[in-house]
Design a protein around this ligand. Structure first.
Ligand SMILES: *Cc1c(COP(=O)(O)O)cnc(C)c1O
Length: 374
């Protein structure tokens, strides 16, 4: 008998996604833009509050690419980017011919260290280069130190692109993640807290930025009866069919956040007493959607032992993100690293975290971890 697969983070549909998609079929609104796209954007705007404007796009990566363009990042520019993240945070810097400089993390949120950020800015200014933008990430749904990071951005006049791909539903000091940056981005990829199968969004308080993003995402067509272009554009808009899934998913977002937080609490209660295992608590004033529940083990060897034991039982788990400054593709990129994210990467493991996991699923995971460490 093969055991049922337990996934790391699988899609979890609500009850109305299909009817929004069917509506698109019924009205033949299969062509890219349509009422689901504007309806989806409106529902995200209402959810995030703070007078933001949202452009629904084909992916979170596309949103970062356009976001950096809107911040006027171009060839030869430098962008300071959190090293401890998924590669999609950093790749778009290179699409623009700009250069990343990677910044290591602090231990309270696992996100960009304000000290290392300021050190990097001072060093780059000293070298005669003013970084064009900062990409800060709310990793695994835990907000970065918003107050300190944004104070540094303001102090040196460097705009922040807030990578909130993993943090829809999280908040800092009562304000939703996705509303702090000059530009923020969201992702609706298949494994995120809610999904449109594939998709993303660009968020800004400045309506001109939203409009410019939509313009660039639809091939940068000038206002003329024929096809005329004065700028290079992209094909980055979200389709009306997929936006229908998104509208249904927005209806259940709060429930998905509650489900993921329940997973975290359950793991914490069951595993916290085990010698050597630790979790990332929420610092004062922060609320994490707990997109993925992560544990820190005592060593790389023990982490691997647990990961393999889970895999043997048909359970998917995953090491924490490998920092960008350790990636072969970014070998020659400068970094301000102090070993923090490298250590997290070596000892950390993401446990199954979908909001659709049953208590029996969680119990299976817990028993294997306990058994492995006994
Ligand atoms: C998923 C993710 C992205 C990219 O989003 P896609 O929609 O997959 O392109 C960017 N940054 C982080 C931190 C992510 O986890």
């Amino acid at each position: 008998m093969t055991l049922t697969k337990i996934w790391l983070s699988s899609p979890h549909m609500g009850s109305n996604e299909q009817s929004f998609v069917e509506e698109a079929f019924r009205t033949n609104w299969i062509a890219p833009l349509g009422p689901n796209v504007s309806g989806f954007e409106k529902s995200i705007e209402d959810y995030l509050g703070n007078d933001v404007h949202v452009a629904a796009l084909s992916s979170g990566t596309a949103a970062i690419h356009l976001g950096l363009k809107l911040l006027e990042v171009g060839p030869g520019d430098e962008v300071l980017c959190q090293s401890f993240t998924f590669s999609a945070s950093a790749n778009p810097i290179t699409y623009l011919g700009a250069r990343p400089v990677f910044i290591d993390s602090e231990l309270e949120t696992w996100n960009m260290s304000p000290e290392l950020l300021e050190m990097a800015i001072l060093q780059r200014l000293e070298a005669g280069v003013k970084p064009k933008a900062i990409i800060a990430v709310h990793l695994y749904g835990m907000p970065y130190k918003v107050g300190e990071i944004h104070a540094i951005g303001e102090k040196y006049g460097i705009p922040i692109l807030e990578d909130s791909a993993e943090a829809l539903g999280s908040s800092w000091a009562g304000q939703n993640c996705g509303t702090f940056g000059e530009i923020a981005i969201l992702s609706f990829n298949g494994n995120k807290i809610i999904t449109t199968s594939g998709g993303g969004a660009l968020v800004s308080k400045d309506i001109n930025k939203k409009e410019k993003a939509v313009f660039l995402a639809t091939q940068a067509r000038d206002n003329a009866p024929h096809y005329q272009h004065s700028e290079i554009g992209h094909n980055y808009r979200m389709s009306n069919v997929l936006a229908g899934i998104g509208r249904g998913q927005m209806e259940v977002l709060e429930d998905r956040v509650a489900g993921r937080r329940r997973n975290y609490r359950y793991y914490l209660e069951e595993l916290n007493d085990i010698e050597g295992l630790s979790f990332l608590p929420e610092p004062q004033g922060m609320f994490s959607n707990r997109w993925l529940s992560c544990i820190l083990t005592p060593s790389f060897a023990i982490r691997e032992e647990i990961r393999k034991a889970l895999a043997n039982e048909n359970i998917e788990s995953r090491p924490l993100w490998k920092p960008m400054h350790l990636q072969p593709v970014f070998e020659n990129v400068p970094s301000f690293a102090d070993g923090t994210s490298e250590d997290l990467f070596e000892r950390g493991l993401c446990l199954p975290s979908g909001s659709n996991l049953s208590l029996e699923d969680l119990e299976r995971v817990i028993q294997i971890i306990k058994f492995t460490l006994e």
